[in-house]
Design a protein around this ligand. Structure first.
Ligand code: SF4
Length: 336
């Protein structure tokens, strides 16, 4: 049986603060702690959480833009965290990234056509004719006219620039695109166009997405499964409908309760969540959510709750809502 496209095991990233020459122990920012999940071909896994929860660091680790402190990242069974730089380049073809701010991620001196074909030319030489044909094909794919290939990013609208970013990501025919807040800088109507474009592309070419967002209405629109992160850890991972219909972790519940409700018939849950996200330099003991959690009990201050598989296929880390009756067997939060 074919395994998942992407499998992430126990991914951890600590950033030391300072060099620690005078101090024995160096304080560290615990940006990502023991994160495991998998992504199937053609699937969209969304990662949500408040600012600073570690979701963008996960994206950087997956793209090898940062080195993990521990853990493995496997594409089709190959651990890319352990590969040397030249070997990573080849694997990078499989995973591409679309950024939040299309303007700052596009070279302002290159034309749209050059921007799209540049990633391919890092791997192979293209003739002028091939470059033009490739640029035209990819512009069409993202709903833009090939006539725009000679324009500079400054001559395009925000939505067109994000389409261009997607075209560039598609140029290497990746199996997975990581979209980090890819629509949050756009107007709502343009957001909807870009989301529909991503959905269409997924249907046409079976591409998988890791979609990182703080906007739950966007996630609800595009996700198959959703991982909720709090202070560097996944606290709940569930099929999208199940998560929004019946959140189990108190933090998920509070996030959904705090989000704007696009459907007025939908009952909003009233879950209090007080205070700010604690510092990842000095996270609370036990369950990191306990200082803000209305359900916290004594044990929450002491033990980190494990992710416990539940009957409906989700996993939840909460001593009260998902008590572990026994040490759970290893699992990788797979879609199926
Ligand atoms: Fe709240 Fe305790 Fe569950 Fe953490 S483990 S979410 S503090 S009830």
């Amino acid at each position: 049986m074919r395994g998942p496209l992407l499998k992430v095991e126990n991914l951890t990233k600590h950033y030391p603060l300072g060099t620690g020459i005078l101090k024995k122990t160096v304080p560290v920012v615990r940006a990502v702690e023991d994160v495991s999940f998998s992504v199937e071909a053609g699937e969209t896994l969304c990662i949500v959480g408040e600012s600073g929860c570690g979701k963008s660091t996960v994206a950087r680790l997956l793209m090898r833009l940062a080195e993990p402190t521990a853990g493995r990242v496997m594409i089709d069974g190959t651990d890319i965290a352990g590969l040397k730089k030249h070997a990573v380049r080849a694997w990078r073809r499989r995973m591409q990234m679309v950024f939040q701010d299309p303007y700052s991620s596009l070279n302002p001196r290159l034309t749209a056509g050059q921007i799209i074909t540049e990633p391919v030319e890092n791997f192979e030489r293209l003739s002028r004719k091939q470059r033009k044909a490739l640029a035209a094909e990819l512009l069409r794919k993202v709903g833009m006219s090939p006539e725009m290939m000679d324009r500079l990013p400054s001559e395009l609208s925000g939505g067109q620039r994000q389409r261009l970013g997607i075209a560039r990501a598609l140029a290497l025919q990746p199996s997975l695109i990581i979209a980090d807040e890819a629509v949050s800088a756009l107007d709502v109507s343009v957001q909807a166009q870009i989301l529909n474009l991503l959905l269409d592309l997924q249907q046409q070419i079976g591409i998988a997405y890791i979609f990182i967002s703080h906007d739950l209405s966007v996630v609800q629109h595009i996700g198959h499964r959703v991982a909720v992160m709090y202070l560097g850890r996944i606290v709940e991972l569930a099929p999208c409908d199940a998560l929004f219909d019946k959140p189990v972790h108190p933090y998920t519940e509070a996030l959904i309760a705090a989000a704007p409700v696009p459907d007025p018939t939908r009952v909003r849950l009233e879950v209090p969540m007080e205070g700010e996200v604690p510092s990842p330099v000095n996270p609370p003991s036990g369950c990191a959510f306990h200082p803000r959690c209305p359900l916290a009990v004594e044990r929450c201050r002491i033990d980190v709750p494990p992710l416990v598989p539940m009957a409906d296929g989700r996993v939840v880390a909460c001593h009260v809502r998902a008590p572990a009756t026994e040490i759970p067997a290893p699992f990788f939060l797979a879609a199926h």
